[in-house]
Design a protein. Structure first.
Ligand code: GLY
Length: 380
């Protein structure tokens, strides 16, 4: 079982989804990039798990392999770590024809991608995502970035990989919370573009146990999500219009993430962001009430919180630094129904009201969830 999905951007490439693909990294790199040296960027969780098969596969194809491990987590998307890696690439005398391999989750993909985008004004790279979140979203579409003190992803570039290799066998090592983080992006895709997928998730939620025991379903679902992203990115590579839809839940979600000091996982922040904006859209009369109700139920079924304990003013201030902000307004993605969404430009004062209403609604959903859970459940 294997899928090969072509991303039809200015420099097209293929996303491979299946099993035992780590072992194919070298062959895919050879065919899509060429080069003599491979600088593999990974983190100290993923490197010991998957570094060896990737190294071996690259060496078999004649690459001289260097592996750099960063600390796991958002703190590695920093200017300091990025500059260190650039210096390392220069020390190794990586040439413009050599390659970077991003082996890990969204943090590693963004960091290594930005390294590849900027070293010698751009060298080839390959994404080898190892988390659900990176497989369905972050590794595809060429967004690369690091964070600045003022906010998330504020320095970066669009730089497309030469290939993406999603080996679903890697999912078996994910912790449940990390897995749930990825589910938030799957739910996002379903809300903005695929009502049928949303229904499938309602009928059979993605549990870590289910996907670990059924890799065929994992590959199918990941490929389906890649295909949703393919359609959007192929139509709007540089996010001038349609691609903005992929930011559903992200203006508020990034604000929550920054306000929490990046303590909370990206997916759970996006989940609360989606519920907040959908709820505020109901209050504004532009979205039917069943939309946030169904989103709340699906988040819950996937082990994602409906609300997090963050200060609304801090979220607002952090969200003002978001890239989606213009001087006097911010882009928001408003669901119109399950499976369809639109972009709206909210003046900043209106955004503040939307945020307040939306976060208050997420609190109400969380309260209701607590009240309806049975005493037996509470006792457990
Ligand atoms: N993660 C949103 C995008 O790639 O546009």
């Amino acid at each position: 079982m294997e899928y090969a999905i072509n991303i039809d951007v200015a420099s097209p490439y293929t996303v491979y989804v299946g099993t035992f693909l780590l072992e194919e990294t070298g062959a895919i790199a050879r065919e899509s990039c060429g080069g003599a040296q491979a600088l593999v960027i990974t983190d100290s969780t993923v490197g010991p798990l998957f570094g060896q098969p990737v190294r071996q596969s690259l060496e078999t194809q004649g690459y001289t392999v260097h592996m750099e491990m960063v600390a796991p987590g958002e703190s590695s998307k920093s200017g300091a770590v990025y500059l260190d890696l650039l210096e390392k690439a220069a020390e190794l005398e990586l040439a413009r024809t050599d390659i970077v391999v991003a082996l890990g989750g969204g943090v590693v993909g963004d960091l290594a991608g930005f390294l590849a985008a900027s070293y010698m004004r751009g060298i080839p790279y390959i994404q080898v995502p190892t988390t659900l979140l990176a497989m369905v979203d972050a590794s595809i579409g060429g967004k690369t970035a690091i964070n600045l003190a003022a906010g998330k992803n504020l320095a970066g570039a669009f730089w497309q990989p030469r290939a993406v290799i999603a080996d679903v066998g890697c999912l078996a090592t994910l912790e449940d919370a990390q897995f749930a983080d990825g589910c938030a992006e799957v739910i996002k895709h379903a809300v903005i573009a695929d009502a049928e997928l949303f229904g499938e998730l309602e009928a059979t939620p993605l549990t870590p146990g289910l996907l670990k025991s059924d890799l065929a379903r994992a590959a199918y679902l990941i490929a389906r999500n890649v295909d949703i992203k393919r359609a959007v990115v192929s139509a709007d590579e540089r996010e001038t219009s349609l691609r903005k839809l992929l930011n559903f839940g992200h203006s508020i979600g990034h604000g929550i993430e920054a306000a929490s000091g990046y303590e909370l996982g990206h997916g759970r922040c996006v989940g609360v962001g989606m519920l907040a904006i959908a709820s505020a859209s109901v209050t504004a009369g532009v979205c039917p009430a069943d939309v946030p109700d169904r989103i709340a139920a699906l988040l819950r079924a996937h082990g994602l919180p409906l609300n997090v304990d963050v200060d609304t003013q801090a979220v607002y201030e952090a969200a003002l630094h978001d890239k989606k902000r213009a001087s006097d307004s911010i882009d928001l993605v408003v669901p119109r129904s399950i499976g369809a969404a639109a972009i709206s430009h909210a003046p900043l004062d209106e955004f503040k009201r939307i945020l307040e209403v939306g976060l208050a609604c997420t609190e109400a959903y969380a309260r209701e969830e607590k009240e309806t859970s049975s005493p037996e459940e509470d006792a457990c």
